[in-house]
Design a protein around this ligand. Structure first.
Ligand SMILES: Cc1cc2nc3c(=O)[nH]c(=O)nc-3n(C[C@H](O)[C@H](O)[C@H](O)COP(=O)(O)OP(=O)(O)OC[C@H]3O[C@@H](n4cnc5c(N)ncnc54)[C@H](O)[C@@H]3O)c2cc1C
Length: 318
């Protein structure tokens, strides 16, 4: 069964959750863009609670494009649900002061974990990213959060727990994969408690990444990111935003046989369930589901994995 803390506890770090749980289950939310979508997401929070995720994370638009909305969603989750929210923070285009103020605010409101990311700079019409910013890479943000923690300003004496990103198929900015692994290790050595991966569709990529992390001496928990394809449109769009990700030939073959969104969702969800079942059978420390705010998708994956109590005898990966 998924394994949420029974109730929301003050000062729970994700590292504490890993210390207690063999496997974590988590979801990623993004701040909705319309009032109707906000209403839909907030009204599905009870159902998300019933799924008992270990934590939920909330994306942040690089450069601050969703700053208010990310903040609002994180606080709604913190104050109105028993879910454990992890806000994403990105470093590009931000000054130290801006990030410090956000940390101050989260600390004052009882948020105890942050996902520290670089973010991809928002492009203007000419395709140019932002011209200012005090940070180069996510590690600079990890350093700043550790500096913040050391001030003792957080009511949790440990300050914020920190997650960072990893890329099983490699991040396009560093074609030299040895160098990339060294940069990931630097983030962990700087104080990251866990790694959450970019979505991937071939578990071999994850297993190899996990082994390469072990060889590099990276010993924090690694959470596997899975995104189910839920429509023909999402199948076409995922490679645009999931930099470097690749559909294996077998998934492409199955998708090529789809004539509409219903077929595509069936193929996409079955694929994600097959991946999840295989990962669970191979000792994954956590599954992070990019379900794009849709509780129905999360429930369907849980159902097929036999993780919903009423479906406890359902075969895994049906
Ligand atoms: C789990 C997850 C969640 C995400 N959430 C968000 C989100 O909410 N908002 C958002 O905008 N984006 C998000 N992203 C996307 C992410 O911000 C981008 O993919 C970004 O390009 C990489 O982020 P990073 O934190 O890994 O950056 P970094 O760790 O800075 O790495 C980026 C690149 O720089 C290289 N690098 C790192 N350190 C150095 C160094 N010292 N010298 C030279 N090169 C270096 C790395 O090898 C890599 O190629 C997310 C990605 C993942 C995997």
């Amino acid at each position: 069964m998924p394994n949420t803390p029974d109730r929301y506890r003050e000062h729970t770090h994700i590292a504490d959750v890993f210390a207690e749980r063999e496997t974590t289950f988590s979801f990623e939310f993004f701040p909705p863009r319309t009032d109707a979508a906000w209403k839909r997401l907030l009204s599905s929070m009870r159902e998300f609670e019933q799924l008992g995720p270990s934590f939920v994370s909330v994306t942040y638009g690089a450069g601050g494009t969703t700053r208010e909305n990310t903040h609002q969603l994180v606080l709604s989750i913190r104050n109105e649900t028993n879910l454990l929210p992890v806000p994403h923070l990105t470093s590009v285009c931000h000054s130290r002061e801006e990030v410090w103020a956000m940390l101050d605010d989260y600390a004052a409101r009882g948020i105890s974990n942050v996902m520290a990311l670089m973010g991809d700079p928002p492009r203007d019409d000419s395709g140019v990213g932002c011209a200012h910013g005090d940070f180069e890479h996510a590690i600079d943000l990890v350093h700043l959060i550790k500096e913040y923690n050391a001030t003792g300003a957080h009511s949790d004496p440990r300050g914020f727990g920190i997650g960072v990103a990893g890329f099983p198929e490699g991040h396009p900015a560093t074609p030299n994969r040895l160098e990339e692994m060294a940069h990931l290790k630097e983030k962990v050595d700087a104080g990251a408690d866990y790694i959450c991966t970019q979505l991937f569709f071939d578990n071999h990529d994850f297993y190899d990444f996990r082994e390469r992390c072990a060889v590099a001496g990276i010993d924090v928990p690694i959470v596997a990111g899975l995104m189910p394809v839920t429509s023909l449109r999402s199948y076409r769009r995922i490679p645009d935003f999931a930099l470097g990700s690749r559909y294996p030939a077998e998934l492409q073959r199955r998708m090529a046989a789809c004539t509409g969104d219903e077929d595509a969702a069936e193929v996409g969800i079955s694929w994600a369930v097959e991946q999840a079942a295989d990962l669970l059978g191979n000792g994954v420390r956590g599954l992070h589901l990019y379900i794009l705010n849709r509780v129905s998708v999360a429930k369907e994956i849980y159902r097929r994995l036999g993780l919903l109590p009423e479906y406890a005898d359902t075969q895994t990966g049906e």
